[in-house]
Design a protein around this ligand. Structure first.
Ligand SMILES: Nc1ncnc2c1ncn2[C@@H]1O[C@H](COP(=O)(O)OP(=O)(O)OP(=O)(O)O)[C@@H](O)[C@H]1O
Ligand SMILES: [Mg+2]
Length: 545
C-alpha cells in the first residue's frame, strides 16, 4: 500500500518559487523587492515557504522563518533571536545549539556585535520595555549584515497577527525599518486577504520597499489531476473520475492529499487495483459525512470558529443560503427574512473572515468542498429531527454518486453545449474576471451557429440575443492564430446587423499577433481561466480540455 509521505510530497508552485528565488538573488545584487503571499487557508502558503527553505543553499543569505499564528510577543522575540544565531552557526559549521544562552556563547567570538544586540533585545524584553525591544529586534538584521555581510530574509507567516502583540504602532515601526533597511528582504504571508491588503496599502505602503503581492490560489484542474496521479501511482483511476476528484476538491492540495490517502487505504482493504465510483463514494463518505471524518471535523471547526459568540450565531444560516445558491444581499435578505442591512452586515463578517468573496454584487463561498459540505452535510444535520443516521447516509451516497455521474455527463458535452448552458445563467451582472470587468447580459434567444470562413473552414459559434443587442461568441478548442482571427473579422464585418459584442472563447489561447488584433478590434477574449472562473461563479463544473 502507498503511504503519502507528507514531508516529501511538495508539488508544483514552481512559478511562485521562481519569483521568490529571483527576489533573493535581487537582494544580493542590491535590488530589494519585498513579497506578500496571499491566499485562503490551507492553499499552501506555508508549504511554499518550507520548500523555499529546504532548497535554500546559499552561504550569503539566511532565511529566518517566524510563524505568528497564535503566538505572543516574547515567543516572537526569542524565536527571532535564536533563529538568527542558530542559522548563522549552521552556515559557519559551528555546533548549532537550541538554547539562546549557549548560542550566544558559541557565536560571541565571531559576531560580538550581533550577540551583544541579541542580549540587549532580550534584556529589554525582560524589563517589559516592549516598544524599545521591538525596535531593537527589527534593527538586528542590519547589525548582523554589517558584521557578516550576510543578508537576512525575514519570513513572517500570517503577518497580520503582529497587531495582536502589545506593541504600539507595530506596523508603522515595521514600515519605518523596512524603508531604511536595504539588506533585509521581507516575505510575509496571510490567509486574510482583505485585512492583509489593507495593512499593506495603508501601513506598509512605503517609499522604498513596497510589497509585491503574489496570490496563492488552489491548483487548476490539470495540476490537481497531476498531484492525484503522483499520489495514486500504481493504482489506476479513469480520467473522468480523476477530473471529478480535481473539480470536487476545488484544487486544494490538502483535500487532494487527504482524499488520495483514503482512496489508497480503501483500495488496500478491498484489494482493488483500480478506483471505481463506489470506492470514491466510500472515501468521500468516510471523510466528509462521518462526523469524525478528517474533513468533516476540519469544516466543523471552521464553522464553530465563525459562529462563536452572539454575533456569530446567525452566520450559519447565511452560509447555508449562500451554499444553496443565494448570491446577492437582496436574495439572502428575502430568503432569510432579514432586513437588507442585517444581511449585509453578516455578509461582511464572512468577507472579513475570508470565507466568501465578492464579485460584482455576487457573494460566493470560496472553498468549493466547504460549500459542498455545508449544503449536503451540515444543513442536513441541523435540519434532522430523526437522529437515525442510516437514511441521511444513504441520501448522501446517492448525491455523491449523482455528482460524479453528472460531472462525467457534463464533461462529455461539447464546448458549444457547455457555453450555451452558461449563457442561459447570465444576468445583467458586471463581474470581474482575471482582473477585467465584464458587463454581462441577460439573453433571451441563444442559438448555435456555424461560421463559414473561406473554403471548407468552419468555426463553431453561438448567437445570443440579449437586452441590449446580439452577441456573437466564437468557440475554439485549438489555439487561435492571426489568420483565423482575420478571416473571422472579415466575416463579421459582412454581417447585418453587426453583432453588438464579439467574444472569442479559446481554450488553448491566442498567439501574440491574434491577441493584438483582438485588442484593436475590441473583441473580448475568454481563455480557459476566464471560462472556468465563470463556470465557478455560476456553480457549473469546470471545463475539462
Ligand atoms: N504544493 C503542495 N504540494 C503538496 N501538498 C501541499 C502543497 N501545498 C499545500 N499542501 C498540503 O496542504 C496542507 C496545508 O498547506 P499549508 O499549511 O502550506 O497551507 P497554508 O496556506 O499555509 O494554510 P494556513 O492558512 O492554515 O496557514 C499541507 O500540509 C500539505 O499537506
Ligand atoms: Mg500557513
Amino acid at each position: 500500500m502507498n503511504i503519502i509521505d507528507y514531508d516529501h510530497n511538495f508539488f508544483g508552485r514552481q512559478d511562485i518559487l521562481g519569483v521568490l528565488r529571483k527576489r533573493i538573488t535581487g537582494l544580493k545584487e542590491g535590488y530589494r523587492q519585498n513579497v506578500a503571499l496571499l491566499g485562503s487557508r490551507t492553499t499552501g502558503k506555508t508549504a511554499i515557504i518550507q520548500k523555499l527553505i529546504s532548497d535554500h543553499d546559499d552561504r550569503d543569505t539566511i532565511i529566518l522563518y517566524l510563524d505568528l499564528e497564535s503566538r505572543d510577543f516574547s515567543y516572537f522575540v526569542l524565536q527571532f533571536t535564536k533563529s538568527l544565531l542558530y542559522h548563522f552557526s549552521k552556515v559557519q559549521g559551528l555546533i548549532a545549539q537550541e538554547d539562546l544562552k549557549l548560542l550566544c556563547l558559541s557565536c560571541r567570538e565571531m559576531v560580538p556585535q550581533t550577540v551583544a544586540a541579541v542580549e540587549a533585545v532580550n534584556a529589554r524584553l525582560a524589563e517589559g520595555k516592549t516598544a524599545e525591544c521591538y525596535g531593537a529586534l527589527l534593527a538586528l538584521p542590519d547589525i548582523f549584515y554589517v558584521e557578516t555581510k550576510k543578508a537576512v530574509i525575514l519570513v513572517f507567516d500570517e503577518f497580520q497577527n503582529l497587531q495582536n502583540f502589545d506593541v504600539p504602532e507595530v506596523f508603522t515601526e515595521l514600515g519605518r525599518r523596512i524603508m531604511t533597511q536595504k539588506s533585509c528582504l521581507y516575505i510575509v504571508t496571510s490567509s486574510y486577504q482583505a485585512q492583509a491588503r489593507a495593512i499593506l496599502a495603508e501601513k506598509l505602503s512605503l517609499l522604498f520597499g513596497n510589497f509585491e503581492i503574489i496570490p496563492v490560489l488552489p491548483f487548476d484542474l490539470a495540476a490537481s489531476a497531476q498531484l492525484a496521479d503522483r499520489h495514486l501511482s500504481g493504482i489506476k483511476i479513469g480520467l473522468q473520475l480523476k477530473n471529478f476528484l480535481a473539480d470536487f476538491t476545488g484544487g486544494h492540495p490538502l483535500y487532494i492529499n487527504i482524499l488520495c490517502q483514503e482512496l489508497i487505504y480503501l483500495c488496500g482493504v478491498y484489494r482493488q487495483e483500480e478506483i471505481y465510483a463506489p470506492i470514491l463514494t466510500q472515501a468521500v463518505e468516510n471523510l466528509l459525512f462521518n462526523p469524525w471524518g478528517v474533513l468533516s471535523r476540519h469544516f466543523e471547526l471552521e464553522v464553530h470558529g465563525l459562529c462563536r459568540g452572539r454575533s456569530g450565531g446567525p452566520l450559519s444560516s447565511v452560509l447555508i443560503a449562500l451554499a444553496e445558491g443565494k448570491h446577492r444581499v437582496a436574495d439572502l435578505a428575502a430568503h432569510l427574512s432579514l432586513k437588507t442591512s442585517q444581511a449585509a452586515q453578516r455578509v461582511n463578517i464572512l468577507l472579513t473572515a475570508d470565507i466568501i468573496e465578492k464579485n460584482g454584487n455576487y457573494y460566493h463561498i470560496k472553498d468549493k468542498l466547504f460549500k459542498y459540505w455545508i449544503k449536503f452535510v451540515y444543513e442536513r444535520r441541523l435540519r434532522a429531527i430523526d437522529l437515525e443516521n442510516g437514511k441521511s447516509r444513504k441520501l448522501f451516497k446517492e448525491e455523491i454518486n449523482k455528482a460524479a455521474n453528472d460531472f462525467q455527463m457534463t464533461a462529455r458535452k461539447d464546448l458549444s453545449a457547455r457555453m450555451t448552458e452558461l449563457l442561459h445563467k447570465f444576468d445583467s451582472e458586471a463581474l470581474e474576471i482575471a482582473g477585467r470587468r465584464y458587463k454581462l447580459s441577460m439573453f433571451k434567444d441563444i442559438t448555435p451557429v456555424k461560421l463559414r470562413l473561406g473554403a471548407g473552414n468552419f468555426f463553431d459559434a453561438i448567437s445570443a440575443a440579449g437586452e441590449d443587442g446580439r452577441w456573437l461568441i466564437v468557440l475554439k478548442k485549438d489555439p487561435v492564430h492571426e489568420n483565423d482571427l482575420n478571416a473571422f473579422l472579415e466575416e463579421m464585418k459582412k454581417m447585418t446587423p453587426k453583432p453588438q459584442r464579439c467574444v472569442i472563447v479559446s481554450l488553448s489561447g491566442l498567439d501574440d499577433n491574434a491577441k493584438i488584433r483582438a485588442l484593436q478590434e475590441k473583441l473580448w477574449v475568454w481563455n480557459e481561466e476566464e471560462i472556468n472562473t465563470l463556470m465557478r461563479l455560476y456553480d457549473e463544473p469546470y471545463i475539462v480540455r
